[in-house]
Design a protein around this ligand. Structure first.
Ligand SMILES: *[C@@H]1O[C@H](CO)[C@@H](O)[C@H](O)[C@H]1NC(C)=O
Length: 149
């Protein structure tokens, strides 16, 4: 019997949820940053790169030299209480982790601990068939480490 692998098309509700975690180790949930791409309601196809653009929020009046972000796919509308003490979705609470990246906010700073966010991301494998035609959430968690200005 021939088995053909199907690609799943995933509708995505893009939640511009960014979670800022200031130095005091409190998690603040707010629409602090801005997910520019993918846009709300767009679809992604496993194995096919989609464009990714995120504008970090800095937080109110806080301009950090570096902003650490993590990019996730989750199957529920995310809230701050979903995150564990290291500000990540715990194992089993996310569908895919696209990676950890460092945004450099000022020209001339040395490289950050993680690579800069790429302009495209790829979901490598189809999700479980249970998610076919289900809306999933694209979430960015943002960590503020220090205010420069
Ligand atoms: C938080 O979740 C991540 C998985 O996303 C895990 O690697 C990390 O160890 C967890 N942190 C703690 C403190 O449990």
């Amino acid at each position: 019997m021939r088995f053909s692998k199907m690609l799943t098309i995933l509708p995505i509700v893009v939640a511009s949820y960014a979670f800022a975690s200031p130095l005091e180790k409190r998690v603040t949930v707010s629409d602090i940053g801005d997910i520019i791409s993918p846009t709300d309601g767009s679809s992604i196809t496993p194995g096919t790169p989609f464009s990714f653009q995120y504008a970090d929020g800095y937080g109110a009046g806080c301009y950090a030299g570096y902003t650490s972000i993590d990019v996730w796919l989750v199957d529920h509308e995310p809230t701050g209480s979903d995150l564990n003490s290291t500000y990540q979705f715990p194992d089993g609470n996310f569908l895919y982790h696209f990676g950890s990246y460092t945004i450099i906010n000022f020209i001339g700073l040395p490289p950050g601990v993680n690579p800069s966010p790429p302009s495209t991301l790829t979901l490598p494998d189809p999700l479980d068939a249970a998610y076919d035609n289900q809306e999933v959430w694209f979430a960015v968690t943002e960590e503020l480490s220090a205010c420069v200005v």
